[in-house]
Design a protein around this ligand. Structure first.
Ligand code: ADP
Length: 385
């Protein structure tokens, strides 16, 4: 019963009004009970005193004692006793009712005060602020509000920390190539570095890196905000893979990494945006090429599993350490910072690829037996239903 009342604010308010009224009435009745008798006795004693005086022959100024006058006196005394006791009972009842309603409203208003205070703190940028929140099953709407408030504060805190990290990461990523460009330019000005075609080529590479980073950031922003359109259509997986392989074939040959494909022709078609999934495949194949030394192999295969087609890119490259594996889809995460930075990687490619795959109702998984043992990336795409 008590938990049934506690679970609803309206029930709580209703019961608290009833309690205040009941408390007032009980106190009223008790006070009448306690004070009624003494008051009546007092008035009766006054009357007895008066009658005694008359019997002892003491004259009462113009007062003749008859049966009627005795009854009237008794009634007047009874009324006075009742009034006196009721006045006292009302006073005590009102005081107790006021105290009871103050206590009840305090119980209801206290959580609201906490919320008000916490809202102000959060508005002032203190995102770690939380309100006391008892467990929900026993709580009413105010408890639920406190829980929702805490969840909202938690998301705000997380968003704020992501924003701060992003600004710090972007600043850091921009500074590295800029420092390099600045160093070359100063060297050229001071004639410490010779103005040879190689120097200009290096400068050009750094500027390209900056440009790529900015393009990646803009793309990440678009994909995260979801401000792009997906033109999904039924597409053959063989066609998707063939097109990505064709575009990277020359780079594979130049580096001396063998690229093989095993995609059966009878796979069901997938429902995707050709451009976007092409971008994801290029990213996965590009990474496989980047992290596989010359003489290695990259194999791209596909198979159906339930309502998905799984495209697997297996390389015999540097592999991924188990402690890095859970993080490689995070923004700016690079398993080997120095190596991937020198090769121009921003650590954003996989984040974008994963978001794009998920926007299609698909997924990307990464596996690796460890450093030096190659990696496997699996892209799952929903088949046309
Ligand atoms: P990057 O531009 O640095 O390659 P990605 O987001 O594409 O950024 O990849 C994040 C990190 O995941 C890389 O820095 C690398 O450490 C790791 N990684 C991705 N693909 C592979 C792979 N095929 N083999 C080994 N490590 C990989």
């Amino acid at each position: 019963m008590i938990s049934w009342i506690r679970r609803s604010l309206s029930r709580k308010l209703f019961v608290s009004y009833l309690l205040v009224i009941a408390t007032g009435m009980v106190v009223l009745a008790l006070t009448v009970q306690v004070s009624g008798r003494p008051a009546f006795d007092r008035h009766l004693a006054a009357m007895a005193q008066m009658m005694g005086d008359v019997m002892m022959g003491r004259p009462m100024m113009g007062h003749m004692i008859t049966a009627q006058s005795l009854e009237a006196d008794l009634y007047i005394n009874f009324q006075s006793a009742l009034r006196e006791s009721l006045a006292l009972a009302t006073l005590v009842g009102v005081i107790i009712a006021v105290l009871a309603s103050l206590f009840m409203s305090q119980q209801i208003v206290a959580p609201l005060r906490h919320l008000l205070y916490a809202t102000r703190r959060i508005a002032a940028g203190h995102y770690s602020e939380r309100v006391p929140a008892p467990p929900t099953p026993a709580g009413d709407e105010l408890t639920e509000l406190a829980h929702s408030f805490n969840r909202m504060a938690e998301s705000l805190e997380k968003a704020e920390s992501l924003r701060r990290d992003l600004v710090a990461n972007v600043a850091h990523e921009l500074r590295t190539p800029l420092t390099s460009v600045k160093g070359y330019l100063e060297g050229l000005m001071d004639e410490v570095i010779p103005a040879t075609p190689e120097t200009y080529e290096r400068l050009h590479r750094e500027v390209n890196r900056l440009e790529r980073l900015i393009d990646d950031l803009l793309e990440l922003n678009r994909v995260e905000a979801g401000v792009y359109e997906l033109h999904r259509q039924p597409v053959s997986v063989q066609e998707l893979v063939r097109s990505a392989v064709e575009r990277l074939d020359l780079q594979f040959r130049e580096k001396g990494v063998r690229l093989t494909q095993q995609v059966p022709a009878d796979l069901p078609r997938v429902m995707v945006d050709v451009g976007r999934i092409g971008q994801v495949l290029m990213n996965l194949l590009g990474n496989a090429l980047q992290y596989t030394p010359a003489g290695g192999t990259v194999t791209i295969s596909a198979l159906q599993e339930k309502s998905y087609v799984l495209i697997r890119i297996v390389d015999t490259g540097v592999g991924i350490a188990p402690e890095d594996l859970p993080h490689i889809f995070e923004r700016f995460y690079r398993a080997d910072r120095s190596r991937s930075r020198s090769s121009g990687g921003s650590g954003i490619g996989l984040t974008i690829a994963k978001l794009l795959a998920e926007a299609h109702g698909g997924f990307i998984r990464a596996e690796s037996a460890g450093l030096g043992k190659g990696s496997t990336f699996t892209l799952g795409l929903p088949i046309v239903s």
